[in-house]
Write a protein that binds this ligand. Structure first.
Ligand SMILES: O=C(NC/C=C/[C@H]1O[C@@H](n2cnc3c(NCCO)ncnc32)[C@H](O)[C@@H]1O)c1cc(-c2ccc(F)cc2)cc(O)c1O
Ligand SMILES: [Mg+2]
Length: 227
């Protein structure tokens, strides 16, 4: 049977990227998506905005909803200081398998630890297979996470709002937690935008950009939880 797009993207990384070099993995994926096959990675233009927010927040705990091939996982993890806990959730086992290999190829595998390892000098990336709706309520029990400093939303667009409300209900957000949402224009997340822009519990800001690898408008919404 024909390979899948994530498998072809992985093969391009294994063929062209420098093993152990996260930036090379990122550039290879961007080149592949621009010149061979488009794929729904956050991409280089919005990725630069993601980078700047991650550097500004310098989170000690971070959550990514929707790993897909691991492109934004690598983008985020390469900027995190040692001792950070990054949890990324992916419920499609085939995508999770590709993401695991891309994360490992980027040299972050020595930082990929199951979260309860007591090492203190590594970034912990835990790629958990499962649906955010089931896993978010278990963050404390499974990973000892009290609150997330940073959340990157990039999964099904109609799940941004319910999962944000779930994070609030599970008290996984604290005063100052930052939510960064991809695709708030294209494909669009109207109910989520309306919520974070009108709720007194959030201070929201739109970062105008373009849909990955295209000239179509898209952007990221950065929302600070006010507690
Ligand atoms: O649809 C887009 N992203 C979805 C990502 C889904 C990934 O996340 C995983 N996932 C989904 N829900 C959950 C979940 N929980 C929710 C269910 O329980 N728990 C765990 N994992 C989950 C999927 O398995 C995928 O791996 C998109 C589209 C365009 C686009 C724009 C223009 C076009 F013309 C075409 C496409 C551009 C983008 O940047 C985009 O991100
Ligand atoms: Mg996206």
């Amino acid at each position: 049977t024909r390979s899948t797009r994530p498998q072809r993207l992985l093969r391009a990384v294994q063929k062209k990227a420098i093993k152990g070099d996260p930036q090379s993995v990122i550039s290879t994926i961007d080149y592949f998506c621009r010149h061979s096959e488009w794929a729904m990675n956050v991409g280089d233009e919005k990725g630069a905005i993601l980078d700047s927010v991650v550097c500004e927040v310098s989170p000690s705990t971070a959550l990514e909803l929707g790993t897909y091939c691991g492109y934004s996982t690598v983008r985020i993890a390469r900027l995190l200081p040692p001792g950070t806990k990054l949890i990324t959730l992916e419920f499609n086992p085939d995508y999770a398998a590709v993401a695991r290999q891309i994360i490992e190829y980027s040299g972050l595998q020595d930082k990929v630890r199951v979260l309860w390892t007591d090492g203190v000098n590594h970034i912990y990336i835990c790629l958990v297979e499962g649906a955010s709706g089931d896993l978010i309520p278990k963050m404390q029990e499974l990973f000892g996470i009290k609150t997330f400093d940073f959340v990157f939303l990039d999964h099904w667009k109609d799940r941004y709002l319910p999962d944000t409300k779930l994070l609030e209900e599970c008290q996984l957000l604290r005063k100052g937690s930052i939510l960064l949402a991809d695709n708030v224009i294209c494909p669009g997340t109207p109910d989520y935008l309306e919520y974070v822009r009108n709720s007194p519990r959030y201070e929201s800001k739109y970062f105008k950009s373009h849909l990955e690898y295209t000239k179509v408008e898209d952007g990221l919404e950065k929302s600070v939880f006010l507690g």
